[in-house]
Design a protein around this ligand. Structure first.
Ligand code: GLV
Ligand code: GLV
Length: 327
C-alpha cells in the first residue's frame, strides 16, 4: 500500500512520473481555488501534499488529515501555511528557497525599469491607437543610472537584486533585521542603514521581506511620508507588507512618483485606487514565473516529499524543511 500524495496545481511533465514509483499520486488537472471545505476534504487521507500559495492551510484544514506527514509549498514564502498548527500536528513543511532567487531578482529589475520608463502606460496608449506621430518630448521617464537603490529585506533575493545594480552604476542601501557579514555586503556592493534612512534616501525602494505579523504594513502612511516625492516603490514580496490604500493615496497625490507591484493585499483583488492610476505597473504575482524556475520549484517540492519518505539523495532529511523539530 503506497502512501498518497496530492498535488494541488496542474504540474509539469515528469513530476508525476518521479513520484509514481513510491506514491499513489492525485494531481489536479486544472487550476482550482479550493474552498476551505474542499481543501479539508482533499487533504484527508493524504500522506503528503504539494500545494501553492492559494492553498491556505491551518488547524481546520488538517483536522481530518491524520496521515499527513509533509506539506511541500510551491513558493519560498509560506504565509499561506500556519506553521505552528502544522508543527503541532507533527507535519513537516518545506518551501522552495533559493531556486527562484535570480528569476525574482530579474523581475524586480523589470518592474523597476518598467515604472521608470513608463512602459505600462505607454503600451496602453499605443494599443489604444493614440500613436500618430513621434513626439520628441512625449513619454519622458527617468534614468535609473546613478540613482540610489534601496532594498528592504536583504535575504538571498535582496542580495541577487543588489548584485545587478553594479551594471547600472547605482549605489545600494539596505535595511534588514541584522546587517550582512562584511564580505557579503562587499559582494553586493551594499551599505546597511536604518529603516528611516532607507526610506528617506532611496530613489527606488524594493521590498523583499516575508509577510509576518511584524512586517504587516511595514510600509504604511508614515513610511510613505518619509520617502522622496520622486521615489518609486517596488513590491515583489507579499501583499500586506504595504498598506495598499495608503499607497494609492500617496501616488494619487504625487507624494510618491510611482510604484511597481507584483503582489497585493487581498490577492487576486487589487485595490481600486491602484487600478485607477497610470504611474504604476501592476502584475499578477509572477516574479518567479519563468519556465525554468517554476519547474525547479516543483522539483524541489518533489525532492522534499521523496526525502520525507526515505527516497532520493536526501532520504530522511528533506532539504528545505522549515520545522526540522518535527522530524
Ligand atoms: C506559487 O507561487 C503560487 O501561486 O502558488
Ligand atoms: C512567491 O510569491 C513565493 O513566495 O515563492
Amino acid at each position: 500500500d503506497k502512501p498518497r500524495v496530492w498535488i494541488s496545481r496542474p504540474t509539469f511533465p515528469g513530476i508525476v512520473a518521479r513520484l509514481e514509483p513510491h506514491f499513489e499520486v492525485t494531481a489536479e488537472p486544472d487550476e482550482v481555488s479550493f474552498s476551505r471545505g474542499e481543501l479539508t476534504a482533499r487533504l484527508a487521507g493524504q500522506d503528503a501534499a504539494i500545494v501553492g500559495l492559494k492553498e491556505r492551510i491551518g488547524a481546520a484544514e488538517i483536522a481530518g488529515a491524520t496521515r499527513l506527514r509533509i506539506v511541500a509549498n510551491l513558493s519560498v514564502g509560506y504565509d499561506n501555511l500556519d506553521l505552528d498548527a502544522l508543527s503541532a500536528a507533527g507535519i513537516a513543511v518545506s518551501n522552495t528557497a533559493d531556486v527562484l532567487n535570480e528569476s525574482v531578482a530579474d523581475y524586480a529589475w523589470a518592474l523597476m525599469l518598467g515604472v521608470a520608463r513608463r512602459m505600462g502606460a505607454a503600451e496602453r496608449w499605443l494599443r489604444a491607437g493614440h500613436w500618430h506621430a513621434t513626439e520628441f518630448k512625449a513619454w519622458l521617464g527617468m534614468d535609473v543610472r546613478g540613482r540610489t537603490l534601496g532594498i528592504l529585506g536583504m535575504g538571498r533575493i535582496g542580495q541577487a537584486i543588489a548584485r545587478r545594480a553594479v551594471g547600472f552604476g547605482m549605489p545600494v542601501l539596505y535595511h534588514n533585521r541584522s546587517p550582512l557579514p562584511a564580505a557579503t555586503e562587499r559582494a553586493c556592493n551594499a551599505r546597511y542603514v536604518d529603516k528611516q534612512q532607507l526610506l528617506r534616501e532611496s530613489d527606488f525602494l524594493i521590498l523583499v521581506l516575508p509577510l509576518t505579523t511584524q512586517t504587516r504594513h511595514a510600509i504604511g502612511a508614515p513610511e510613505l511620508a518619509l520617502m522622496k516625492p520622486t521615489a518609486i516603490l517596488l513590491n515583489v514580496a507579499r501583499g500586506g507588507i504595504v498598506d495598499d490604500a495608503a499607497l494609492a493615496v500617496a501616488l494619487r497625490e504625487r507624494r510618491l512618483a510611482g510604484a511597481g507591484l507584483d503582489v497585493f493585499e487581498g490577492e487576486p483583488t487589487v485595490h481600486p485606487g491602484l487600478l485607477a492610476l497610470d504611474n504604476v505597473v501592476l502584475s499578477p504575482h509572477i516574479a518567479s514565473a519563468t519556465t525554468e524556475t517554476r519547474r525547479a520549484m516543483t522539483s524541489v517540492a518533489v525532492d522534499n516529499v521523496l526525502a520525507m519518505f526515505g527516497h532520493g539523495p536526501h532520504a530522511g532529511r528533506p532539504p528545505n524543511i522549515l520545522n526540522p523539530n518535527v522530524l
